[in-house]
Design a protein around this ligand. Structure first.
Ligand code: PEP
Length: 255
């Protein structure tokens, strides 16, 4: 059985004070959530304060990125043990904004994934095609390259601690969502890639989130799909009520 994991990626939004306030609202609103794993990813700057707010709650702490080295001359970067010390559970890796603006590659994704796993945190590995890639019929080759790259050298046990976020780039922050069928088709393909790498039983145990303009209005339809096991939420995670409007339809679903 797979967990439904719904994570809010706050990106470069909210000051520390605003993050603490929103985290408190999410904790209060998520009190009765029993089955869905709920996580929030504030900026690095707000992680320590938000960690205090989440203590004793059922909301998990996530970071938006990490560097793969332990320490040293890497100006602007944050290491995995720094995140671990604060109590981070999940780390988003390979987000399309990282890939398109900040030079993230399949190789750096793999290094970050390995580092995060070595400290017993869970990577949320983001993959997804651009509109041009989809139109050119390259959806499957892009997803294959990204999945094989991210999981290179990982054992089946390590793979079981990962989460994938399938995020069609053309749906991120655009208000355009993949249809339930389009999303399901891509998720089934990604699960097939995991099955080729690790066998069916491992592939059936890894949660695959959908991301891309997910909101309360479309959450139930997407989450009802056989291979969609949660969501990575940008814009709609910046308000507790809309975020929980996505979480609630996941309660009671079994995957
Ligand atoms: C994201 O950035 O991961 C995302 C899915 O954003 P949005 O929900 O705003 O499309």
């Amino acid at each position: 059985m797979r967990k439904i994991v719904i994570a809010g990626n706050w990106k470069m939004n909210k000051t520390v004070a605003e993050s603490v306030k929103l985290a408190g609202e999410v904790v209060a609103a998520a009190k009765d959530i029993k089955q869905v794993v709920v996580a929030i990813a504030p900026t690095y700057l707000a992680l320590a304060k938000v960690a205090e707010v989440l203590q004793g709650s059922n909301v998990k702490l996530a970071a938006q990125d990490v560097h793969w080295e332990n320490q040293g001359a890497f100006t602007g970067k944050v290491s995995a043990d720094m995140l671990k010390e604060i109590g981070v559970d999940y780390v988003i890796i390979g987000h399309s904004e990282q890939r398109s603006y900040f030079g993230e590659t399949d190789e750096t994704v793999n290094k970050k994934v390995r580092k995060v796993l070595s400290l017993a945190m869970k990577p949320i590995i983001c993959i997804g095609e651009t509109l041009a890639e989809r139109k050119e019929g390259r959806l499957e080759s892009v997803l294959t390259r990204q999945v094989n790259g991210a999981y290179a050298g990982l054992s089946a046990d390590e793979a079981l601690s990962t989460v994938i976020a399938y995020e069609p780039v053309w749906a991120i922050g655009t208000g355009v969502t993949a249809s339930d069928d389009e999303a399901q088709e891509a998720h089934a393909f990604v699960r097939g890639l995991l099955a080729k790498l690790y066998g069916d039983s491992v592939a059936q145990s890894i949660s695959i989130q959908y991301g891309g303009s997910m909101k309360p209005e479309n959450a139930a339809g997407l989450l009802a799909q056989k291979d969609i096991d949660g969501g990575l939420i940008g814009g709609a995670a910046l308000k507790a009520d809309s975020f929980l409007g996505i979480v609630r339809p996941g309660e009671g679903l079994s995957k």
